[in-house]
Design a protein around this ligand. Structure first.
Ligand SMILES: O=C(O)CCC(=O)C(=O)O
Ligand SMILES: [Fe+2]
Length: 353
């Protein structure tokens, strides 16, 4: 990424101010009741955890969790394999480069809203293979089996990534169940949508960038899946557009915690009770940054629409249903290269009442 390509430069109104305030008030939620059998039988404790989660989803769309049950040793090991992998030569990394056919592996040319991101990533899915529609075209019903591409170096990368995926899958189901309860639904109401889920994990590396006021690590966006469970290192740079006043605020790194955000699918399932919030990543002129999001996403065949239990004549459905696999495939195609049109968004399915 040596000399600066104009493809990285944000349009004037989307350029970041360099003095973003740290967000006071992003809820920090202690999940220890989930991971302690004595506490997990305490209905009052679980009830207050559920209401904390519900308030965080409603007021912020973002929260942080501590005592989540993922071992700190495993968190350190995944960060270390990411550091080792991104430290390899570009030539070596490109041996597992993604292409339009297989969106898994390494790439350094992702675009968000048609502006190039100052980052490089390595993606792998949690289910292997993962089934997705072969193309974004609506009348093409062929499906494709996606397979992970594992680099030769560091040799432990596959094992560490798979162990990490298993731990994060468990945490994500726990969070999904708490969210379901917070909407007044049975804990496992959403689980049927995740049989054969399309979730993936991304190792992100943001190299130091000489233009922190012009470029972004990831441009402003909302996450398209159900939930995102993100680990970040101590550098910081993740900004959230605060719901209360639409100001960009910085999420403070808390060692060993996870940042959780509601994705577009939960917004649709909840008929806008919980909203997916815009966020972005600023770059740092001096320090590189690493982060690892787990994108928890349903199976490709799922038709996403407001849940019947959450709509009625006073609160009619706000979205037409859409097929998750086609939506995801369409988004993947637009992230791969610069297009002249806006990429697919849930507001394209909004019903105007
Ligand atoms: O690196 C981060 O902190 C967040 C990345 C992100 O928002 C994404 O990849 O969707
Ligand atoms: Fe994101």
């Amino acid at each position: 990424m040596g000399e600066v390509d104009p493809a990285f430069i944000q349009e004037y109104e989307h350029r970041p101010k360099l003095n973003v305030n740290e967000a006071g008030g992003i809820p920090v939620i202690d999940l220890s009741p989930l991971n302690n059998s004595e506490l997990s039988n305490d209905q009052q404790l679980i009830g207050s955890l559920v209401s904390e989660i519900g308030n965080a989803c409603k007021d912020w769309g973002f929260f942080q969790v501590i005592n989540h049950g993922v071992h700190s040793d495993l968190q350190k090991r995944i960060e270390l394999v990411a550091r080792k992998f991104f430290g390899l030569s570009t030539e070596e990394k490109r041996k597992v480069r993604r292409d339009e056919e297989n969106p898994l592996g390494y790439y350094d040319t992702e675009h968000t809203k048609n502006v190039r991101d100052w980052k490089e990533v390595f993606d792998f899915t949690v289910s292997n293979p993962t089934i997705l529609p072969a193309s974004h075209k609506p009348n093409d019903h062929e499906v494709q089996e996606l397979r992970n591409q594992w680099p030769e170096y560091p040799p432990e990368i596959r094992e560490v990534c798979l162990e990490y995926a298993e731990a994060l899958e468990k945490l994500s189901y726990d969070l999904l169940e708490l969210i379901s309860l917070s909407l007044g639904l049975p804990a496992k109401r959403f689980n049927e949508f995740f049989k054969g889920h399309t979730s993936f994990i991304r190792l992100n590396h943001y190299p130091p960038c000489p233009l922190p006021d012009l470029a972004l690590g990831v441009g402003r966006h909302k996450d398209a899946g159900a939930l995102t469970v993100l680990a970040q290192d101590d550098v910081g740079g993740l900004d959230v557009k605060r719901k209360a006043d639409s100001e960009w605020v910085r999420v403070k790194p808390i060692p060993e915690s996870y940042i959780i955000n509601v994705g577009d699918i939960i917004q649709v399932w909840s008929n806008d009770k919980y909203e997916s919030v815009e966020h972005r990543v600023m770059v740092n002129p001096h320090r590189e940054r690493f982060s690892v999001p787990f994108f928890f996403m349903p199976a490709h065949y799922v038709m996403v629409k407001p849940l019947d239990e959450l709509v009625n004549e006073h609160n009619p459905p706000k979205y037409k249903e859409y097929n998750w696999g086609k939506f995801f495939r369409t988004r993947k195609t637009s992230n791969f290269k610069k297009l002249e049109v806006e990429n697919i968004q849930i507001h394209h399915f909004k019903i105007s009442n």
